[in-house]
Design a binder for this molecule. Structure first.
Ligand code: AMP
Length: 421
């Protein structure tokens, strides 16, 4: 006979998550959602794929190169979402423009990018993010940054760095140099990647004065007081942007965020960013240490809506998990099952199932499906971390009772079936 069994492996860059891992991920996810909701953000859900045009509208070369793009059977060009800001802004423009402002929404979803897979960089990964829509005031930007920091603190993440900049400053200089938007975007992509030699190369086309000027801005980084003073000295015709940055930072302090650096070299890899931008890096992750990126952007008009102030961020959820793990902040934890119901003979199986149904009204409860002998069932409860075993035996049933064994202490007591709750 021909052996036609095949072994399948996961596609490169994807992962399976076993129950223990999912348990941890859900816990972290819950804390993030909770924090978002405490700030008044509400969840939205958008499709896994969108029209290719929407995704490529203002996304940046890196994203475009990594798209999972396909045609459906009606020859439509579609793409798996590489991020959620564009889809969420499409949703906002289509359905939510008339709502009172601000409109504050969040998402938690998987994204797809065909990238060179490595630790912390996957082809399917998860983002948790927010979009704050409708307020052009600095407090809206400050709130978004404060929310990102608050969520990481609530997770118990300790060693992370916050960098804040203003992409309008670099773009403003390029505009004055009459650099086209497409070229600006390409340059921002290169600056975002952060490879020094590539940046040097890209800047060669400018006069040496402009080159020095741009380099100074890109490298301007440090504690707010010093850097802002220095920036005011260097940056020409950008007073307004420096003031915007200062105002946002002052308000950020009122939100309780005081420990951050200014980094005017933050360029972000996506074309839609316009104003204040920020990134958060976590320790212990090697090269892929950016766990959060966000800022001010403009997409509503691109999608046919009214001009609206928007800012937001995306957490790289997988990297947050890695950072928490590196910091040993994730406890293994047991599953949710509290009771295992086991009968001492197969004749009592039906009774055991009935009892498990009653317990399940209030507790997570398993009934033994393996027809194990009592000793084996207790061993199973032990290794599975189930704290109580309900033993359904002949003698006790005669009195309408069962035995409940506390796995930790080993104590057993008789309980009336009617008292089980
Ligand atoms: P971006 O949408 O590129 O601004 O990315 C936002 C965040 O998503 C980044 O800060 C990363 O933490 C995370 N991220 C981006 N690409 C990947 C990837 N391929 N694998 C895992 N996380 C990613």
């Amino acid at each position: 006979m021909r052996d036609n069994h095949m072994e399948f492996t996961r596609p490169r860059g994807t992962r399976d998550f076993l129950p223990e891992e999912v348990r941890k991920r859900r816990k972290v996810e819950g804390i993030i959602r909770d924090t978002f909701e405490k700030f008044g953000f509400e969840e939205v859900v958008t499709p896994t794929f969108e029209s290719l045009e929407l995704i490529t509208a203002k996304s940046g070369d890196e994203i475009r190169e990594g798209l999972y793009h396909f045609k459906d059977k009606s020859d439509r060009d579609l793409a798996l979402r590489p991020e959620l800001t564009a889809p969420v802004m499409r949703l906002y423009v289509n359905e939510m423009q008339k709502r009172p402002k601000p409109v504050k929404v969040y998402y938690f979803a998987n994204c797809f990018r065909y990238e060179r897979s490595q630790a912390g960089r996957y082809r399917e990964f998860y983002q948790a993010g927010v979009e704050s829509i409708g307020s052009a005031n600095p407090e809206a930007d400050a709130e978004v940054i404060a929310l990102a920091v608050e969520a990481l603190k609530n997770l118990g993440l300790e060693n992370f760095k916050i960098h804040i900049g203003h992409i309008g400053i670099l773009r403003g200089i390029l505009e004055e140099e009459s650099v086209s938007e497409a070229e600006q975007n390409a340059l921002m992509g290169i600056i975002d990647k952060g490879e020094k030699s590539q940046i040097e190369n890209a800047l060669l086309k400018f006069s040496s004065d402009t080159r020095d000027y741009l380099k100074k801005i890109i490298e301007l980084q440090g504690k707010p007081g010093d850097v802002l003073k220095e920036a005011s000295g260097i940056v020409k015709n950008s007073d307004e942007k420096i003031t915007e940055l200062e105002e946002t930072l002052e308000l950020l302090e009122s939100f309780g965020v005081k420990d951050y650096e200014i980094n005017l070299g933050i360029a972000r890899g996506l074309d839609y960013y316009t104003g204040i931008v920020f990134e958060i890096y976590a320790e212990g992750l090697g090269a892929q240490n950016q766990v959060c990126g966000g800022g001010n952007y403009a997409l509503t008009e691109t999608f046919g809506g009214q001009k609206t102030a928007t800012s937001g961020f995306a957490f790289g959820f997988d990297r947050i998990m890695l950072a928490l793990e590196a910091q040993d902040a994730l406890q293994e934890g047991d599953g949710d099952v509290e009771y295992l119901v086991v009968s001492t003979s197969n004749a009592l199986l039906k009774k055991a199932i009935e009892i498990s149904a009653k317990i399940r009204e209030n507790h997570a409860c398993e009934v033994d499906l393996m027809r194990r002998k009592l000793g084996k069932a207790l061993a199973y409860a032990d290794t599975s971390g189930i704290p109580f075993v309900v033993i359904v035996g002949e003698e006790e049933l005669k009195k309408d009772k069962v035995l409940i064994r506390d796995m930790k202490s080993g104590e057993q007591k008789e309980v009336s079936i009617k008292d089980l709750k």
